[in-house]
Design a protein. Sequence first.
Length: 134
Amino acid sequence: MTMATIGAAQNQTTFRVRLSPVARDTSMQATVTGSGSATAVLAGTKLTITGEFQDMRSAATVAHIHSGVAAGVRGPAVFDLTVEKAESGKLSGSFNLTAEQIESLHKGRLYIQIQSEKAPEGAVWGWLLPQGGS
């Protein structure tokens, strides 16, 4: 390994995401289901996400990274992810973050949300937390 490779590896931070159903009421139980996981790696200002989801009641339509004011609080979409249009599949994306977005990431304010045909306001979501976080 070269010194540049070692330095780059040391500047990476890994985040984990556990996807679970969004907050729901009893009227949404039949349509808001699913689970999944993702890994996000921050190398410098570049964030790369790979993940998978399964057991949704209808096909995924879109997936985004959102930014809330705190972990657990909804916020606006800031990046589009690539997602398979299926009840189970993969998601991915790669983005250059601003200093403010990096700070939000480290403070647990960024989350992934997948919407589906039967849950257009969101089916599953999960916050990007440092590896080993819960």
